[in-house]
Design a binder for this molecule. Structure first.
Ligand SMILES: [Zn+2]
Length: 194
């Protein structure tokens, strides 16, 4: 049921709309240090792994800088599109690992053909979920909200299944859930690119 999502333009449009709302809310809140005005100081991105029709808006990750002299504090809002500094989109890092885990696991060659992702990168994402993600302070605090415990060896597919709704809604909900991991202030994403 997740097999078509990697090329589903509606998923990636929905994620963009959510990010735009998250960014607008963050900007409206003003500087967290001095309450000054926040100006856009976005990061350029060249995301990989989405559908061919990916909006040009994906070439930026929203970030802000306080406009007050002597402050200039940067604020990067949480994102449902970008999971840390990885080149690949968060939905791709999630879904590629879920498809590898599924009842009829996708072969590496198939994911490579669709996403251009190497076996090495896939293995690294898999280790990130199993070894790094489950040890984050975020996950240790958040896992208790699930009535049925999510074991480390079920991540990420078993975690995705805990969210309600159709496949698109589950992916959106899980990426929202992971939001705290997507800002540097969380300090929990240790993995380098991609
Ligand atoms: Zn400020």
């Amino acid at each position: 049921m997740y097999t078509t999502l990697l090329t589903d333009a509606t998923l990636f449009e929905a994620l963009l709309a959510i990010d735009q709302e998250l960014a607008a809310t963050a900007q409206a809140g003003g500087c967290r240090q001095c309450a000054g005005r926040l100006d856009h100081a976005d990061y350029p991105r060249k995301p990989r792994g989405g559908p061919a029709t990916l909006s040009a808006a994906y070439e930026k990750r929203a970030s802000f800088c306080c406009d007050a002299d002597g402050c200039r504090t940067r604020l990067t809002p949480v994102s449902v599109r970008f999971l840390g500094r990885r080149v690949y989109l968060g939905a791709v890092v999630l879904l590629a690992c879920v498809l590898r885990q599924g009842p009829t696991p996708w072969r590496v060659a198939r994911l490579h053909a669709l996403l251009g992702v190497s076996a090495r990168t896939l293995a690294r994402w898999h280790r990130w979920w199993r070894d790094d993600f489950v040890r984050t302070a975020f996950w240790r605090a958040a896992r208790s909200q699930f009535a049925r415990p999510v074991e480390a060896n079920e991540v990420p597919g078993g975690l995705l299944e805990r969210f309600d709704g159709e496949a698109v809604a589950q992916v959106v909900a899980m990426l929202r859930f992971l939001g705290p991991l997507t800002t540097t202030s969380a300090g929990t994403l240790r993995e380098a690119r991609p």
